[in-house]
Design a protein around this ligand. Structure first.
Ligand SMILES: Cc1cc2nc3c(=O)[nH]c(=O)nc-3n(C[C@H](O)[C@H](O)[C@H](O)COP(=O)(O)OP(=O)(O)OC[C@H]3O[C@@H](n4cnc5c(N)ncnc54)[C@H](O)[C@@H]3O)c2cc1C
Length: 369
């Protein structure tokens, strides 16, 4: 990895941060009042962390799952075609780049730590954050929880639980692992169509969908129709069978009631995700549907609490990686002005390279385990 700012003070600052560790688990120092605590280490939260660290603010990220957000958890094997500077990039690679960069900047990241509550303490002028592991204090909190804590929706059919991980999985198939295999894709939306297309050149692919038409983008549907993918509409799963691994799937045509047993090696279930956005409902934030209302610099209705990415909304909102990143940068700058109260927020400051002087990150956190 290239180290920027070589030959400058900033180069020394960078050099002290080890590159090898995946995430920086840090100090767990309970006496720290963090300049900013970011809830959710997806593209929005990690972009915010990049910018808060550029401004030498102490930064802690907490994620209920793994850092990388939807890129890492929902579509690691899907190519992303609309992230500027890449012709295309696989979800997992882009997710890893986000994590590496925040890590490289010295942000502290705790994975598998679910935030259950945030509460503003007006007397102390800080925000108290409660997770499943600890309690924290922060000058600012950036809520970047995306679609919430997500888990794939299940089909709830016999064999599903037993064969999970033994040929049955949720989301995009692994192209390598699908080579030469018979793959059944269950579902009819964009994710299912993308899953089928991603392995159409390497595997023998069949798609089944409960409804009488596909629910995804026309271009995907046209591509599927022009390919050799076998499609079965108005068809539901009855049972997944196999002895220690997927061997066959029994399906039923909903109109004729006729069943057939399809020999299969892999089953990819793509019928959506259950998004758990319950947590934020009790945090006192002004919501619009399941999203947090923000102004144009990512302030919520609570002083010191900002929001960005898929969970935040404002007129003209797009839920995209690139908007998540830009909102993360905006939230970080707002947090910076709120915490550090610079006399003047200059363009020089906006593009500042990291400096050691004035850095408030707990020092022990620079030695990840
Ligand atoms: C199948 C699919 C394909 C997509 N393809 C594209 C594409 O090609 N191009 C594009 O621009 N966009 C795409 N998107 C959308 C894009 O992934 C999102 O817009 C982006 O991930 C939003 O980033 P985020 O950081 O706001 O949220 P997320 O990526 O959802 O990250 C939020 C993080 O917060 C964590 N979290 C949630 N609740 C808590 C809690 N209470 N405590 C602690 N942590 C919590 C989650 O574990 C997660 O890691 C796609 C989405 C899907 C589902």
């Amino acid at each position: 990895m290239t180290r920027p700012f070589v030959g400058s003070t900033a180069a020394l600052w960078y050099a002290r941060v080890p590159l090898a560790a995946r995430v920086n688990p840090g100090t767990h120092d309970r006496n720290v009042i963090w300049d900013t605590l970011i809830i959710g280490a997806g593209p929005a939260g990690l972009s915010a962390a990049l910018f808060t660290r550029m401004r030498r603010m102490s930064t802690l990220l907490l994620d209920t799952a793994v850092a990388g957000g939807q890129l890492a958890s929902l579509y690691p094997k899907k190519p992303v075609h609309d992230y500027p500077s890449y012709t295309y990039v696989m979800g997992e690679d882009l997710g890893k780049n986000f994590v590496d960069q925040a890590n490289h900047m010295g942000a502290e990241i705790h994975e598998r730590e679910h935030v259950t509550m945030i509460r503003r303490d007006d007397d102390q002028n800080l925000i108290r954050v409660t997770s499943t592991k600890e309690e924290y204090e922060a000058r600012t909190v950036i809520v970047a929880t995306g679609g919430g804590a997500f888990e794939p929706r299940k089909i709830n059919k016999p064999g599903e639980a037993e064969l999970k991980g033994k040929g049955l999985f949720y989301g995009m198939p692994d192209v390598e692992a699908s080579k030469g295999k018979r793959v059944l894709i269950i579902g009819g939306g964009d994710s299912a169509l993308e899953s089928a297309l991603s392995v159409k050149d390497v595997a023998d692919v069949t798609m089944i969908h409960m409804l009488d038409k596909w629910q995804g983008m026309d271009t995907y549907v046209e591509e599927i129709q022009a390919s050799k993918i076998r499609t079965m509409l108005e068809t539901e799963t009855v049972e997944i069978r196999g002895d220690g691994k997927v061997e066959t799937v029994v399906v039923k045509n909903k109109k004729t009631e006729a069943t057939q047993e399809l020999p299969m090696d892999l089953v990819s279930i793509n019928i959506g995700f259950l998004m758990d956005t319950k947590a934020i409902r009790s945090w006192g934030l002004e919501l619009e549907g399941n999203q947090i209302k923000v102004d144009n610099i990512m302030n919520t209705n609570i002083k010191g609490v900002l929001s960005c990415g898929d969970i935040a909304t404002y007129p003209g909102k797009y839920k995209l990686l690139i908007t998540a990143c830009s909102e993360g940068a905006a939230a970080a700058n707002t947090a910076y002005i709120y915490v550090k109260q610079p006399k003047k927020f200059t363009v020089g400051e906006l593009y500042a390279a990291p400096k050691e002087e004035g850095d408030t990150q707990p020092k022990a956190s620079e030695s990840p385990a």
